[in-house]
Design a binder for this molecule. Structure first.
Ligand SMILES: [Zn+2]
Length: 716
């Protein structure tokens, strides 16, 4: 559930791009673009809504020449600023920088969409070639000495005080980002830094390739009714659809992805097959073959440690967190350990309940990791009389889409109208225009790409195609939400799970963070905020799914059209803290390992040994496995993005739980005054001020951890 946010600080984009997931392929030749034919990726965006991305004109062969030409153009622009004979000022240096790189922004946006949703072997060849080049390009800007001198002069100038707070924040951001990227190093250190960044870009690509290869190429085909025992019809249908994709006629296929594995583990009565499927999934990237990621992890960690030292930080974690809301690894660790103990205590209770149920059934087993989801579901039924399959007929994808639009209308006064003529990358993608309900003013565009397909990475995420800003004119935002639902039968509504519905609200929260943006400078726009703060608006939006207003209007039965019964809603409400031990521990253990790994400095790490020892030291419950084992931990090893940063989800959830209290304490989730404060102080301000200050402006105080403990049902 990541955001890919775009900002005109090219370095930021490129760090993200370099890490976008890729798949292996062997065609590295990019076809020549004929000189006569203009490359459509380089053109300014034409058409309505302030111009729209030319998704209908993309050919893989356009990417390499477009990226190269756009990088060259950007370097020329930067050079002009660096060599400006006029003394450096905010306008001729910082604002000038904000106006550069527009072509590269446009090309990178489409390149990013292709790498995450339209990937092919041809495209992967381009990616392998371009990843190190993009990394080097980024260093070329941050290592430009003349440019940095100008930034430093503006940063240290007494005139800085005359700037607006937003402008001062922008100056600080530029200066800090440059320093953190090595602008103050000597020539030798800079050269080494560039080498490291290019090597890392290559290793990130390799790491992702390996995981994707095993997700794509490993699967388990079920061949008989006996092997399907316990699976509900919706799961069987999805597996039959997967069998078509995998060309396994007459079978039902469990793919090696989370969305395929988890339903199987939840419902299959066949314990032997549960174990087999579980092992396939948790061993991704760890099979001792050519796609094994263990040695790649060792190399990445060594290079990160060396880079941190070069830049003057004790470890990679210290370097990463300096600019985050947590500021130090110690503060992040402290929060994680505070939650860890009560979460583990809860797991022991959960396992106790499951073991008792298994004993009562005479199963004659001891709960193992491949039993957890299965017995958890049985306990849910026994304890709360709640069957997830009873809820599903009320959760239609199309209705939930209407629901999120309706919530956005209530909270932010937005109206969503289909925009059918906007070009898309694939016919499954639909576009809506967003306007202000009262004034009719255009807010932006929302793309929705809901279905899984070959070449699209798994999971769900938000992406900003264009950031709101006012430096280059009145620019409206373009955002997208992406998911991986397996397409239903034609003409039948697609039913989704409660978890998937929650994820829809989550990702839409990121989209609303982008759509509400009301700032001047593109680098400070929308979701371009600290990593451990960006999940706050999205996690907050999850709360609106279970509001009675949404359930009554939109959770309607796909056959009868009747709203979800009150007693079912009550059961959902009562079971809210159910299974929070499992959910917290599988996530938190991964977050703690991520932080510990990046606090080790240049000690040479064997990933398998480290994982085993660190989990033993933590007292990891035997019945749970890491949500992401190290050899498949894409958050941490497919880019620097969430490295020493997986704790962010917990950090942001402390803020989220505390923030929702503002609604509960007032008139409820649709309280107009609190919603207006939320828009004004949180959703519209982007990175124009310190997130801790923004939160205080909204809540009148700092966040407290108690609300999180209560939300998860832990005693603190
Ligand atoms: Zn998210």
């Amino acid at each position: 559930m990541r955001t890919l946010s775009k900002s005109s600080l090219t370095l930021l984009i490129l760090t993200i791009l370099a890490g976008l997931l890729t798949q292996p392929g062997n065609n590295s030749s990019a076809a020549n673009n004929s000189a006569a034919e203009p490359n459509p990726l380089l053109a300014t965006w034409q058409g309505p809504f302030g111009g729209v991305p030319p998704f209908d004109k993309v050919k893989v062969e356009y990417f390499k020449p477009a990226l190269e030409s756009a990088m060259a153009e950007n370097l020329t622009e930067i050079d002009k600023i660096a060599k400006d004979p006029a003394p450096p000022t905010f306008d001729n240096t910082i604002v000038a920088m904000e106006k550069t790189g527009q072509t590269l922004d446009r090309v990178s946006t489409i390149y990013g969409v292709w790498s995450s949703t339209m990937s092919t072997p041809d495209f992967q060849g381009v990616q392998r070639e371009m990843a190190p080049k993009l990394a080097a390009f980024s260093d070329q800007i941050t290592q430009n000495e003349l440019l940095f001198k100008r930034l430093e002069t503006v940063y240290n100038s007494p005139d800085k005080k005359k700037l607006t707070p937003e402008q001062q924040r922008l100056v600080w951001l530029y200066y800090t980002n440059f320093v953190r990227s090595g602008a103050k190093l000597d020539a030798k250190a800079k050269a080494r830094l560039t080498e490291i960044n290019q090597q890392l870009a290559g290793l990130f690509t390799k790491f992702s390739n390996n995981v994707l290869f095993e997700e794509d190429n490993e699967f388990i085909a079920l061949k008989s009714e006996d092997e399907l025992k316990g699976l509900p019809q919706s799961v069987r249908d999805a597996e039959a659809a997967s069998a078509v994709v995998k060309k396994q006629p007459g079978t039902w296929v469990v793919m090696n992805t989370r969305s395929s594995v988890e339903p199987f583990l939840t419902y299959s009565d066949r314990r032997d097959l549960r174990e087999k499927v579980w092992r396939m999934f948790i061993m991704r990237g760890d099979n001792g073959d050519e796609h094994d990621n263990n040695s790649t992890i060792t190399e990445i960690l060594q290079l990160r440690a060396e880079r941190a030292k070069l830049l003057g930080y004790p470890t990679h974690a210290h370097w990463r967190l300096e600019n985050a809301m947590a500021k130090t690894p110690g503060r992040a660790m402290e929060l994680m350990m505070q939650v860890w103990k009560p979460a583990v205590a809860r797991v022991h209770e959960e396992v106790g309940d499951m073991q008792a149920l298994a004993d009562k059934e005479g199963a004659g087993i001891k709960i193992e990791p491949w039993d957890y989801r299965y017995y958890m579901e049985k306990v849910r039924k026994a304890k709360y009389d709640l069957d997830q399959n009873e809820v599903k007929p009320y959760l239609q994808l199309d209705k939930l889409r209407e629901a999120i639009h309706w919530v956005a209308g209530e909270l932010f006064n937005f109206k969503f109208t289909p925009a059918p003529n906007v070009p898309v990358a694939h016919p499954d993608i639909k576009v809506w225009q967003v306007t202000d309900k009262t004034t009719g003013k255009l807010i932006g565009l929302w793309f929705f790409d809901p279905y899984a397909r070959a070449g699209k990475r798994s999971g769900a995420w938000m992406n900003a195609y264009r950031s709101q800003e006012r430096v280059n004119g009145e620019i409206t935002t373009i955002v997208s939400n992406n998911a991986n639902f397996v397409k239903g039968k034609p003409g039948e509504p697609l039913l989704i799970s409660w978890d998937d519905a929650t994820t829809m609200f989550h990702e839409f929260g990121h989209a609303l963070h982008g759509l509400n943006s009301n700032v001047t400078y593109p680098s400070l726009s929308g979701t371009s905020v600290a990593r451990d703060y960006v999940e706050f608006p999205s996690q907050l939006m999850e709360h609106w799914l279970s509001t009675p207003e949404v359930l009554q209007k939109f959770a309607v039965h796909y056959q009868t059209g009747k709203p979800i019964p009150r007693d079912l809603v009550d059961k959902i409400e009562r079971s809210k803290t159910f299974n929070q031990g499992f959910a917290t521990v599988e996530y938190l253990a991964a977050a703690i390992l991520d932080m510990k790994l990046h606090l080790l400095g240049d000690k040479k790490i064997d990933a398998r040994t480290f994982e085993k020892e660190a989990l033993a030291e933590l007292g990891m419950p035997h019945e749970i496995v890491l949500r992401h084992r190290l050899p498949q931990f894409l958050h941490v090893f497919s880019s620097d993005g969430y490295s020493a940063g997986y704790y962010s989800y917990l950090w942001a959830d402390v803020i989220t739980a505390d923030a929702f209290g503002a609604f509960s304490e007032a008139g409820g989730p649709y309280d107009k005054k609190v919603a207006e404060r939320l828009r004004k102080e949180i959703f519209s301000v982007g990175n124009t001020l310190d997130p801790a200050d923004a939160y205080r402006n909204f809540r009148g105080r700092d966040p407290r951890v108690e609300a999180l403990m209560k939300k998860r049902g832990f005693s603190s």
